[in-house]
Design a protein around this ligand. Structure first.
Ligand SMILES: O=C(O)CCC(=O)c1ccccc1C(=O)O
Ligand SMILES: [Mg+2]
Length: 328
């Protein structure tokens, strides 16, 4: 069944949910939810994104609401704990929200912090989770090549699974990867922004600038296009969220359940970073995994987290504009 702008606006609900801890500079997450024939879906590009970037996120929401998902090959998806750039003393409390997770992803290179802060945070995660845990870090492109190499050396003893987007550009990732190998270091380089924000999401793989690619359903235009990107990249993938409500997480979860392989735990446990959700049955990890399912929001929670009339109007306009871009 084809969608119309009217279908979207008829069921549209906009929520504003506080985060428990500041995450990528954000303390409130706004999301637009609406219902298609396949179920509820989410459109939640970050507020600063322009309409062209947001249009891929709308395509993803329409894909999940209106098009059946590809066949699922697993009903449980292993997930990682996500640790924001907090002080080491807060790490234990944050990890306690991720039941049974044996992989953690830690944010590093936050503005205003030092490498020592990062090392202390990663060391504390290693101390709590033990030697058997997989620990990865995410710099969101904040390091120069030299800074990344210094950080990787400083963290070497903590045995990282991979370093996600250490530098901003594909050329820098390429240089860094060569230096890491030349130095006899074994850590993998993962690309996130170089996939989800690039005009060509495959370039990083084609140029051999990463060992792993992070695949996100919303920025890549939906489950079906994200599957195609993963296949074309030909590298191991990590499915991740964009700090969505459980409705958006369920989109990523269906992507993770449909991919032929899941070599790494998925970054889909981020509902634990929000102070609320649109369902009482949040997609939170149990025994280190999420059970694959769709989520229908509860009316009560949609009402308690309802965004102001002004913000809801802003989202409706954003949807009108981006929908028009998709039609061209
Ligand atoms: O991968 C995870 O563990 C959680 C998802 C995550 O880190 C994230 C969430 C929102 C925006 C950007 C990012 C990111 O990976 O850079
Ligand atoms: Mg990332």
């Amino acid at each position: 069944m084809a969608h119309t702008l009217g279908d979207i606006l008829a069921s549209l609900r906009v929520v504003s949910i506080p985060t428990r801890t500041r995450f990528r500079g954000i303390t409130t997450r706004e999301a637009a939810l609406f219902e298609g024939p396949e179920g509820w879906t989410e459109f939640s590009p970050f507020l600063e994104y322009d309409d062209i970037e947001a249009a891929s996120w709308l395509a993803a929401a329409l894909d999940f609401g209106w098009r059946p998902t590809p066949p699922l090959i697993r009903d449980r998806v292993l997930v990682n704990a996500t640790v924001p750039a907090v002080g080491a003393e807060q790490v234990a409390e944050i990890l306690s929200r991720f039941d049974g997770c044996t992989t953690a992803k830690i944010k590093v290179a936050e503005r205003g912090q030092t490498l020592d802060d990062d090392v202390a945070r990663v060391a504390e995660v290693r101390r709590i989770m033990g030697q058997g845990a997989n620990i990865r870090i995410d710099a969101n492109g904040a390091w120069s090549v030299a800074e990344a190499l210094t950080a990787i050396r400083a963290l070497e003893g903590l045995n990282l699974e991979y370093v996600e987007q250490p530098c901003a550009t594909v050329s820098e990732l390429e240089q860094l990867r060569a230096l890491v190998l030349a130095d006899g270091l074994t850590v993998r380089i993962a690309a996130d922004e170089s996939v989800r924000k690039a005009s060509d999401p495959i370039e990083v793989a084609r140029r051999g600038a990463a060992d792993v690619v992070v695949i996100k359903a919303q920025p890549l235009g939906g489950i079906h296009t994200a599957m195609a990107v993963a296949a074309e990249a030909g590298l191991p993938t990590v499915v991740s969220s964009a700090l969505d409500t459980s409705v958006g997480i369920s989109m990523g979860l269906h992507l993770a359940a449909a991919l032929p392989e899941q070599p790494f735990a998925a970054g889909l446990a981020t509902a634990a970073l929000l102070a609320g959700d649109v369902t009482d049955d949040s997609l939170l990890p149990s025994d280190g995994a999420l059970r694959v399912r769709r989520v229908a929001p509860s009316d009560t929670l949609l009402a308690s987290y309802a965004a102001s009339t002004e913000r809801a109007g802003w989202w409706a306009s954003r949807i009108r504009r981006t929908y028009e871009l998709l039609e061209q």
